[in-house]
Design a protein around this ligand. Structure first.
Ligand code: BG6
Ligand code: MG
Length: 212
């Protein structure tokens, strides 16, 4: 294999929580009377909860919110989001993703999560992958979210693998940028597909097998 480890983003790569993020933000935006759509939602991919809120509030005309009000709004969104996550089960892990992960493991690759989400462990447990990965780096162990590379550097450190021997799989342009600045190759899937900074385009999850 070309790499010693693969670091996977979670939301929008391993499972489709990205849609639940959209629904929860949409409800909050509607309540605030702020325009929000899928295109704006794409800017939130890989970005922390508070930074995502700031992007949504760009369209809040005139009103200035205090730090406390913003924290409250972010918590409100997170409660809605966690309600949606309750609906998830191992059936939300596609056979393609599962088979690809299992095959990569048989090839001796280390597999890690590199996600900006503070809910990563909850999601992994909902889909039955709580004990699958060799390392989990998420929103709880970083101070700067993507495009800063901290989350991927921590994943590599937890695995004990050099960044140059890791490949990152991402649906966020911010995540591809994060991998690039620390010399990690990257595979772009979904919304990030076609991004020129990515090392590979992945038309589907199992396309990883052509490049790993
Ligand atoms: C990332 C998502 O995985 O996690 C972002 O792509 C999200 O859209 C971020 O804002 C933080 O998620 P959470 O679960 O901590 O609110
Ligand atoms: Mg993502």
């Amino acid at each position: 294999m070309k790499y010693k480890a693969i670091i996977f983003d979670l939301d929008g790569v391993i499972c489709h929580t990205d849609h639940y993020h959209y629904l929860a933000w949409k409800q909050l935006a509607d309540k605030l009377g702020v325009y929000f759509d899928e295109t704006i939602n794409n800017r939130l991919r890989g970005v922390s909860r508070m930074e995502s809120l700031e992007i949504i509030l760009e369209r809040l005309d005139g009103r200035v919110l205090t730090k406390e009000e913003k924290v409250e709004l972010a918590e409100e969104k997170n409660e809605r989001y966690k309600e949606l996550l309750k609906k998830m089960s191992p059936q939300d892990l596609s056979q393609e993703v599962k088979d690809t992960l299992d095959f990569l493991r048989t090839q001796g690759l280390k597999l890690a999560i590199g996600s900006s989400s503070k809910n990563a462990r909850l999601i992994l447990s909902q889909i039955g992958l709580e004990n699958f990965f060799d390392a989990i780096s998420d929103g709880n162990n970083i101070t700067m979210s993507k495009p800063h590379p901290e989350v991927f550097l921590k994943a590599a450190e937890y695995l004990g693998i050099e960044p140059k021997d890791c490949m990152v799989v991402e649906d966020a342009k911010a995540g591809i940028e994060a991998a690039t600045v620390v010399g990690m190759d990257s595979g772009a899937i979904g919304d990030a597909c076609g991004y020129q900074l990515a090392t590979y385009d992945l038309p589907k999850f199992s396309s990883i097998l052509c490049f790993a």
